[in-house]
Design a protein around this ligand. Structure first.
Ligand SMILES: Cc1cc2nc3c(=O)[nH]c(=O)nc-3n(C[C@H](O)[C@H](O)[C@H](O)COP(=O)(O)O)c2cc1C
Ligand SMILES: Nc1ncnc2c1ncn2[C@@H]1O[C@H](COP(=O)(O)OP(=O)(O)O)[C@@H](O)[C@H]1O
Length: 308
């Protein structure tokens, strides 16, 4: 997959384009990607066109957290079969571009767009004036086809990134996962921790440090599924700052992988959160923490046997 970012220089031909942020790459987004893959089979290149983050002072509200970071999104899009992923700089000049000009100058000329796939509530161009009506008008006079995908509803409400973000913040991981294509995950390299896990607590934990922009569910212990080098494992993960351990505090994800014995420092792992077990706590001793972590691991084993 070609990942275009921090530049306005690109030239493509014969593309089927999806327009949007696609945070979470949820089940609604997947309907749009299905179309892209369908037209890819007919000879088009599948392209996802997004913007990088507007500058802070242009944002209406301060919560800038995302379900998936750039790295995670890039990984998921490439696995999905997307050929081109553009994060176009959202400059002051760009924000003033009229929607008609955006379609003509960027999508038709620079993207070589033949087919455009959008959700029925899409908005783009200066003051988000561009919408499905405008695209339908433009389709009459320009050489592209428009495909509009209606919003997906599940459990009586529309599937949206906002809804998923709220569920994650409330700790409703299983409800959020129902709306997502694959369960909420953290993807990134395994880093060194304090080396207490294996030696002192009797439970090695693979540590990841999520990006500060990444939204995480409440601190606590979660049954997890791990992908490493294409293989699937189950485990138990702690999200939080390890209040029992002295020292500098930062948010981390620590995973004990069941039936696994390899050194995976600096290797990429994907940790999917499946089920919330308990909040993160401050224990009075490392012994007490170790006892609880062993109980958590037993719980995960039983949970996985029962549910998977
Ligand atoms: C299943 C599990 C539960 C955990 N629960 C807690 C907890 O409640 N409180 C806490 O301070 N740390 C908790 N941790 C984090 C441990 O403190 C951490 O894994 C341990 O200190 C080893 O860290 P290290 O990898 O840096 O050596 C938990 C870790 C796991 C894997
Ligand atoms: N079952 C396992 N689950 C997690 N990590 C494991 C496992 N088996 C071996 N490891 C390795 O052990 C490391 C964790 O050991 P640990 O003593 O907790 O050190 P650290 O503090 O550096 O995380 C992991 O990063 C990984 O390389």
């Amino acid at each position: 997959m070609e990942y275009i970012h921090d530049t306005e220089k690109f030239q493509f031909h014969n593309t089927v384009v999806a327009l949007g942020k696609f945070d979470g790459m949820h089940k609604g987004h997947q309907l749009i990607f299905d179309k892209l893959i369908q037209y890819k089979k007919e000879g088009c290149k599948a392209a996802v066109f997004s913007f990088d983050r507007p500058p802070m002072n242009m944002l209406k509200h301060k919560d800038v957290s995302v379900i998936y970071t750039h790295v995670e999104k890039t990984k998921l899009l490439s696995e999905r079969g997307i050929d081109i992923y553009i994060e176009h700089p959202f400059t002051e000049a760009f924000s003033r571009l009229q929607p008609e000009d955006f379609v003509k100058e960027i999508l038709l000329k620079k993207m070589g767009m033949k087919i455009l796939v959008v959700g029925d509530d899409c908005g783009f161009g200066y003051k988000r004036r561009g919408n499905v009506e405008l695209l339908k008008q433009m389709e009459k006079d320009h050489d592209f086809r428009l495909i509009v995908i209606p919003k997906l509803e599940l459990n009586g409400a529309i599937v949206s990134s906002t809804r998923i973000r709220s569920l994650l913040k409330e700790g409703k991981i299983e409800e959020a996962n129902v709306l997502m294509d694959t369960p909420f995950m953290i993807y990134g390299p395994v880093v060194h921790g304090n080396h207490l896990g294996k030696e002192v607590l009797g439970i090695p934990t693979a540590n990841q440090v999520p990006d500060s922009e990444k939204l995480l569910p409440p601190n606590g212990v979660y049954v997890s599924r791990i992908y490493y080098k294409g293989r699937q494992y189950y485990g138990i993960s702690n999200i939080g700052t390890k209040p029992t351990i002295e020292g500098k505090k930062h948010m981390g994800v620590e995973t004990y992988i069941l039936d696994f014995h390899k050194d995976i420092y600096h290797k990429e792992i994907r940790v999917e959160l499946l089920h919330y077990k308990r909040p993160e706590m401050k224990f009075e001793s490392l012994d007490a923490l170790s006892r609880q972590m062993h109980k958590d691991a037993d719980f995960a084993r039983k949970y996985v046997e029962k549910n998977f």
